[in-house]
Design a protein around this ligand. Structure first.
Ligand SMILES: Cc1cc2nc3c(=O)[nH]c(=O)nc-3n(C[C@H](O)[C@H](O)[C@H](O)COP(=O)(O)O)c2cc1C
Length: 183
C-alpha cells in the first residue's frame, strides 16, 4: 500500500506535521511526503507543452511525483489554514496538476487511470473556517482520480495543540482504518 502525502506547512514540528505523523503511524505501508516549502518543485508556468504531450516540460522533482501519483493507493492533502485556504506554497506545487487538466479536456486522455482514496487534514489556529480549504483540497484530490474519505479539521490549535486533543487523534486513527479498508 503506497500513500502520497502533500504537506502544506512550513513548520517541521507543527500541527500539520503532527497530524501527518499520527496518520502514518496508524496507516503503515510505504510513503512519499511532498513538503511544499522545501521540495524543489516550481509552480506551473503555463507553457502549454502539456496541451500536446503527457507529463510536464519543467524538469524538477515533480517528475517523480507524477509517477507516484499514478501508482499510489492513497493521497492525503494536509495543510494549515492560511487566510481560510490551504497555504499558497501548497497551491503553487499543486498548480503542476495542470498537466492532468490538459490531458482530460484538451488531449482527451485519462491521466490517472488507477482510482485512489484519500483524505484531507487541516489545522487552523483559530476558527478556520474550514469550508474553502476543504473544498480546494477535495478538488485537488479529484484531479488525481482520488476520492476523499473525509476531513480531519482541528481548529483553535493556537490555544490547544493537536497532540493534546484526544478526540482529534482518535478521528485520525479512524480515518487510517477507513483508508486501510480500501487497500
Ligand atoms: C499567514 C497565516 C495565515 C493564517 N490564517 C489563518 C486563518 O485564516 N484561520 C485560522 O484559523 N488560522 C489561521 N492561521 C493560523 C494557522 O492556521 C495555525 O497556526 C496552524 O495551526 C499552523 O499549522 P502548522 O503548525 O501545521 O503550520 C494563519 C497563520 C498564518 C501564519
Amino acid at each position: 500500500m503506497k500513500t502520497l502525502i502533500f504537506n502544506g506547512s512550513p513548520r517541521k514540528n507543527g500541527e500539520t506535521a503532527y497530524m501527518i505523523h499520527t496518520l502514518q503511524e496508524n496507516l503503515g505501508g510505504e510513503y512519499k511526503v511532498v513538503d511544499a516549502y522545501r521540495a524543489q518543485i516550481r509552480p506551473c508556468i503555463d507553457c502549454r507543452w502539456c496541451f500536446d504531450h503527457a507529463g510536464c516540460a519543467v524538469k524538477d522533482e515533480w517528475q517523480e511525483i507524477l509517477s507516484y501519483i499514478e501508482e499510489c493507493d492513497h493521497i492525503i492533502i494536509a495543510s494549515p489554514v492560511y487566510f481560510e485556504e490551504v497555504t499558497g506554497m501548497l497551491l503553487a506545487v499543486m498548480s503542476r496538476l495542470q498537466t492532468y487538466f490538459s490531458a482530460r479536456y484538451i488531449r482527451k486522455e485519462e491521466p490517472v487511470p488507477k482510482k485512489k482514496t484519500g483524505a484531507v487534514l487541516l489545522a487552523a489556529g483559530s476558527i478556520g473556517p474550514r469550508e474553502k480549504a476543504e473544498s480546494t483540497a477535495e478538488m485537488l484530490l479529484r484531479q488525481m482520480s482520488c476520492e476523499s474519505l473525509g476531513t480531519v479539521y482541528v481548529n483553535r490549535t493556537d490555544k490547544v495543540p493537536v497532540r493534546d486533543r484526544d478526540d482529534m487523534i482518535q478521528e485520525i486513527k479512524d480515518l487510517a482504518v477507513k483508508l486501510k479498508m480500501k487497500g
